[in-house]
Each structure stands twice: as structure tokens, then as C-alpha cells.
Ligand binder design. Structure first.
Ligand code: AP5
Ligand code: MG
Ligand code: ZN
Length: 220
């Protein structure tokens, strides 16, 4: 059985954090357009250099670039048992493109999980986030500290960094842009009877539990 999923939520809602559990559970690839852009930026590819201009302002990378990346990614063999999209689509045009792509590939979405969080808490989530340089595991200075201070739980690394788009000036625009686009997208998936909403204003483990409940109902 394959499972094709989309995880939605505003910046800092916890998409990446929860995605890690879901992809472990189903052994499916985690497709985060933000992660794909950051990898391209650090490899200094032409696409990365172009995308960086938008990301550093907190704006969306143009749809033609982003949709092309997703189409290529969903064409890869490791998506045959399913996939988890994180952070794509972000507007109605992208959502329409995704429908066309997944129809063509016979990989239509089974469910859309929206992590709903009061925007007021998001600035604090983003400003407290830090990431392992070696393996990409994500932490928070208050809500998800490594078990041993200064050591990554996953890989034992000792070096961490903060994302450049988590600077306060960028965060404000990122939130404004995404809040405006989010409501129509939610309606889009509600109309298709694909939407499940979880309360993201709980601790990380409680959110994971709620997502697991939704997923086990899909299985049956
Ligand atoms: P992307 O990388 O997707 O960034 P984002 O959407 O802004 O979301 P984040 O990754 O910041 O947040 P998250 O929801 O993953 O939260 P996390 O789990 O880390 O995109 C970056 C940029 O790329 C975009 O701005 C855009 O420019 C471009 N881009 C990407 N996709 C695009 C698209 N489709 N079209 C066009 N452009 C695109 O958690 C955040 C923090 O909170 C962590 O520290 C975590 O430990 C903590 N935390 C998580 N859950 C909880 C909880 N329940 N309680 C307390 N703390 C928590
Ligand atoms: Mg993320
Ligand atoms: Zn690590």
C-alpha cells in the first residue's frame, strides 16, 4: 500500500519536526521544497543562487521553478510507495499544478494534514530554532533541547547553526506572505475532502500523537 501525504502549516508550525516521525513510520521520502532550496544554495547551483534572492526576503520562489522541482522529485523511483510533501504547495497555482502532476503520475494525495498554530507563537519558535550542521536535526532552545547540551541526539555532532531566514526582519515578511496564502489553500483541500487539521499549539509529542491517530484511520 502506498501513502501520499502533504503536511501544511505556517513557518515554524512544526512541519519538519513532525515529518521526521511520519517518514520513519512509512519509510517514504520527505520532500521539503525549503530543504531542496537550501541544499541548492549551499551547493551554489544556478537554481540555488536564483532561489536565495527570494528566500532571504521571505518571499516565495517563483512557481515555475518550484513546480518543476517537485515534478522531477515525484518522478523518482523512491516515491513508488508514497511520499510526504512539506511546504509545497503554498498557493492555489501550485496546488493546481500538483493535481496535474500527481494525476499524470497516478500518485494522487491521500490526505493533507494541516498543523494549525496561533501565529503569535511562531516568531518565538523560529527565533529559538537551531539545526545540527552535520545531520540537519532540528532543535529549539526552550522546547526541544538536545539531551546532552551541545551534542546532537541523532548524530553526536557538536556544531549547530541558525537559518538565515530566521532573522527577525525576514521572519515578519515570511509570516505575512504565508498567512495570506494559507486560508485559500485550506479551502482548496477541504473542498476535496482531503483535509485533516491538528492542533499545533501543544507540545511536540502531543502533536505527533494526534497525527498518528489520523494516519491509523487512513490505514484501516
Ligand atoms: P521552508 O523551509 O519550508 O520554511 P517554512 O515554511 O517557513 O517553515 P519552517 O521550515 O521554518 O518551519 P517548520 O514548520 O518546518 O517548523 P519546524 O519543525 O522546523 O521554506 C523556506 C523558504 O523556501 C520559503 O520562505 C520560500 O522562500 C521557499 N519555499 C519553500 N517552499 C516553497 C514553495 N512551495 N513555493 C515557493 N517558495 C518556497 O519547527 C520550528 C521550531 O519550533 C523548531 O525549533 C522546533 O524544534 C520547534 N517546534 C516544533 N514543534 C513544536 C511544538 N509543538 N511546540 C514547541 N516547539 C515546537
Ligand atoms: Mg521546515
Ligand atoms: Zn546531528
Amino acid at each position: 500500500m502506498s501513502v501520499n501525504l502533504l503536511l501544511m502549516g505556517l513557518p515554524g508550525a512544526g512541519k519538519g519536526t513532525q515529518a521526521a516521525n511520519i517518514v520513519d513510520k512509512y519509510d517514504i521520502p520527505h520532500i521539503s521544497t525549503g530543504d531542496i532550496f537550501r541544499a541548492a544554495i549551499s551547493n551554489k547551483t544556478p537554481m540555488g543562487i536564483e532561489a536565495k534572492k527570494y528566500i532571504d526576503n521571505g518571499d516565495l520562489v517563483p512557481d515555475d521553478v518550484t513546480c518543476g522541482i517537485v515534478e522531477d522529485r515525484l518522478n523518482q523511483a523512491d516515491t513508488k510507495n508514497g511520499y510526504l510533501l512539506d511546504g509545497f504547495p503554498r498557493n492555489i497555482n501550485q496546488a493546481n499544478s500538483l493535481e496535474v502532476i500527481t494525476n499524470k503520475l497516478d500518485k494522487n494525495l491521500d490526505a493533507v494534514i494541516e498543523i494549525n498554530v496561533d501565529p503569535k507563537v511562531l516568531v518565538e519558535r523560529l527565533s529559538g530554532r537551531f539545526i545540527c550542521k552535520n545531520c540537519g536535526a532540528t532543535y529549539h532552545k526552550l522546547y526541544k533541547k538536545p539531551k546532552v547540551d551541545g551534542t546532537c541526539d541523532v548524530c553526536g555532532g557538536h556544531e549547530f547553526y541558525q537559518r538565515s531566514d530566521d532573522e527577525p526582519e525576514t521572519v515578519k515578511n515570511r509570516l505575512d506572505v504565508n498567512i495570506e496564502l494559507n486560508a485559500p489553500l485550506i479551502d482548496f483541500y477541504k473542498e476535496r475532502n482531503l483535509l485533516f487539521t491538528v492542533n499545533g499549539d501543544q507540545d511536540i509529542a502531543a502533536v505527533t500523537k494526534d497525527i498518528d491517530k489520523i494516519l491509523s484511520n487512513l490505514d484501516s
